[in-house]
Design a protein around this ligand. Sequence first.
Ligand code: COA
Length: 211
Amino acid sequence: MPLFKIINITPTTQILIWKVTESFDELVEKVVLKEKTQLRLNGMKSEMHQRAFLSVRMLIQEIGINDFDLHYDEFGKPYLNDHQHISITHSHNFAAIIVSEETVGIDMEMQREKIIRIADKFVNEKELKRLQSFDSLDYIKKLTVKWGAKEAIFKIRNEKGISFKDHIQVKPFEIGEKETTAILEFENLKQPFTIFFEEIENFTLVYAFEK
Ligand SMILES: CC(C)(COP(=O)(O)OP(=O)(O)OC[C@H]1O[C@@H](n2cnc3c(N)ncnc32)[C@H](O)[C@@H]1OP(=O)(O)O)[C@@H](O)C(=O)NCCC(=O)NCCS
């Protein structure tokens, strides 16, 4: 499938999602890659990862740029040649980018029961208490939003030492609300973020903006 969905958030912020159904050969034929990217691609062990990585290049081509315009800082955070911000995510057969004039972070995660077992690694006790639910599907979905929100905030801040559990708190929300806020408290900083989320098949897409 080519482009799966475009979400126009504001006139200057856009999300593009790719559902990866093409083979590696089909994708590689359609993208231009600089040498550095080709070397990264060659080094990837999983073909699914390679196909998702190539799909990100398909997505940036959709917005009229290509791999030569996409760069990474020393921590792996992507940036563009122009003044626009970009954040990237890929999970199994989905890849997504958010491009904006604002600083933004995006994350897409598959909703999986396994997240219950690792919840105490990324949510603090206060958050966990408020999340307790008799509906286990709702619980999985909420945990996935929390995880995605923290990943998206981490992608904005891109700082060593940020602990999902100790430094980022996501305010209580209901799945139907599709929006919440989160606070990053790290070193001397206390920064609020607006979080948006939505379900795409059995995945959760989360994106964050600085408030
Ligand atoms: C780097 C990290 C944010 C990637 O997130 P992920 O959910 O594993 O993977 P995603 O597919 O959503 O995102 C990967 C993309 O994030 C981007 N990325 C990588 N490092 C980044 C950074 N430091 N800052 C911003 N974006 C980054 C890249 O674009 C990457 O894709 P690409 O290299 O193919 O272009 C994540 O692995 C990480 O290090 N998180 C923080 C550490 C942590 O606290 N983890 C869990 C604690 S319980």
